[in-house]
Ligand binder design. Sequence first.
Ligand SMILES: NC(=O)c1ccc[n+]([C@@H]2O[C@H](COP(=O)([O-])OP(=O)(O)OC[C@H]3O[C@@H](n4cnc5c(N)ncnc54)[C@H](O)[C@@H]3O)[C@@H](O)[C@H]2O)c1
Length: 249
Amino acid sequence: MALLNRKVAVITGAATGIGESIARTFANEGARVVVFDRDGTGAKEVAADIRANGGAAVACRGDVRDAGEAGAAIERALSDFGRLDILVNNAGIYPRHSLLEMTEAQWDEILSTNLKGVFQCTRLSLPHMVAQGSGKIVNISSVTFHIGMKDLTHYVSSKGGIIGFTRALAREVGGSNIHVNAVTPGAIETEAEKKVATQEQVDAVVALQCLRRRIVPLDVARVCVFLASELSDGMTGQTVNVDGGWVMY
Ligand SMILES: NC(=O)c1ccc[n+]([C@@H]2O[C@H](COP(=O)([O-])OP(=O)(O)OC[C@H]3O[C@@H](n4cnc5c(N)ncnc54)[C@H](O)[C@@H]3O)[C@@H](O)[C@H]2O)c1
């Protein structure tokens, strides 16, 4: 049987990149998915393509920072599919700025998108998961939290915040049979990554990995399937590296 048979999942930032791969991979494993993204056109295209391939998906346009729009995505899961089993907090941005040149607005934009967005979507999902006595929350952090990375103090702070949030929430909701885990992707080949990393930088990372190939969105999506399925029922509060063996913690 498919690993996520008839489970209902909301995936944030699912119009492209890693989130798109998570949505497609979850649908292939039998999940019914809400493709949630501020890019409404992209979200619609992904959801339509999943349906064209025999899966179940709806698109929802909105900003994870906004309680009303995040709440609408959660409501969409309930109205279209009748329940909410899985939340994947994937939406995130990663522009680079040195701290000396960073503006307060740039700091706030990263922290609000990457960390407050996780807070909004999670707090709005939890009452439904608590009521049904089960739930799986998967938070996408970053390996940069483990290693640090220049010109990304705002981003690394937000991704470290996600790991702290994951651990604290896992303790809070474990008694309700809700699992909360984080994934720290390494250098993942997406269009967004190409805008901030040169080929030379990417090659240097691959040389440091145990696995000498680019790690791709599907590699991350498959680990998310594991963390969203009953295969990981004994795990919560954990952080799983998907980085080709770049760093080991
Ligand atoms: N690509 C990498 O190398 C890498 C490595 C580590 C972690 N990550 C993390 O993985 C996640 C996805 O990264 P990606 O490379 O696929 O990026 P991406 O830009 O391809 O995808 C991010 C998606 O999130 C959406 N989004 C951004 N802000 C939003 C908001 N406020 N509300 C709703 N949707 C919003 C975007 O429209 C986009 O569709 C991010 O959280 C990123 O930090 C990526």
